[in-house]
Design a protein around this ligand. Structure first.
Ligand SMILES: Nc1nc2c(ncn2[C@@H]2O[C@H](COP(=O)(O)OP(=O)(O)O)[C@@H](O)[C@H]2O)c(=O)[nH]1
Ligand SMILES: [Mg+2]
Length: 233
């Protein structure tokens, strides 16, 4: 079984410098970084990383298109039997990737990390952020009904996907709401999803690119589309 990591990056020169010593711990045949039109030294940092690690591939967007678009580019480009999506800021422990991969057993095709179920947690994460994530869970569960039973998070991007599924997934959102749209569409299509408890920590380098109002409105659009799909799809 081959594993590809997909790591979207936007203005992540500081996070990439901090991530670098950990790359050797990534148990994968391929690491696809998607530089989403960064204007800082992200491109130079990635080129340098690729020079020292033959597993690394770089996909580049000419202009910033958003983390959902970057995931789409990365997941289409990744060749592994399993694709792990991981944030450049290492806010989830890298070692939990192995648990996500192990959770893809039987007919489970997506395994998502969750801070909100047995043994997972939040450390030093702003209260507003966890409130928003929980509000999103409430909304997604209402819209998806029984298909979302047992799912405790929709906004976490740290997931393992079966490669054959990941390369065919389609979603419209180019921004942060893509995390919810991908999971919601998969659940509506009857894809089996497992959760793996993990701990989300506050970012230590660089800054979050998430904009609360924009992302919340984007989720509302996704929820509306999912509702239509559930009722008439
Ligand atoms: N490709 C791409 N990645 C992004 C963009 N915005 C954020 N990211 C990446 O997505 C991951 C999570 O973003 P972050 O800003 O930390 O958001 P937060 O964790 O929700 O606060 C990081 O790896 C970012 O570099 C974007 O516009 N394009
Ligand atoms: Mg982050």
């Amino acid at each position: 079984m081959t594993v590809s990591f997909v790591i979207p990056c936007y203005q992540e020169e500081d996070a990439l410098a901090a991530l670098r010593p950990y790359l050797a711990q990534i148990d994968a045949q391929e690491i696809v970084f998607v530089d989403d039109g960064s204007t800082d030294r992200t491109a130079a940092a990635l080129a340098d990383i690729a020079e020292h690690d033959a597993r690394v591939r770089i996909e580049t967007h000419e202009r910033n298109r958003g983390v959902g678009a970057a995931q789409r580019t990365g997941m289409r480009a990744a060749t592994g039997d399993v694709i792990v999506v991981y944030d450049a800021d290492r806010t989830y422990p890298l070692e939990d990737a192995a648990k996500l991969i192990a959770a893809l057993e039987g007919d489970v095709a997506i395994a998502t990390a969750t801070p909100f179920a047995g043994g997972g947690g939040l450390e030093d994460v702003p209260a507003g952020r966890s409130f928003l994530s929980k509000a999103a869970v409430w909304c997604y569960r209402r819209v998806l009904g029984r298909r979302a039973r047992g799912i405790s998070v929709f906004t976490c991007a740290f997931r393992a996907y079966r490669g054959e599924l990941a390369r065919t997934l389609e979603w419209r959102s180019d921004g942060f709401p893509a995390a919810g749209e991908i999971l919601g569409r998969a659940l509506l299509a009857g894809v089996r999803v497992a959760e793996v408890p993990s701990t989300l920590r506050r970012r230590t380098e660089g800054q979050s690119k998430m904009r609360v109002v924009r992302t919340s409105l984007g989720h509302l659009g996704v929820l509306w589309r999912l509702l239509i799909a559930r009722l008439f799809g």
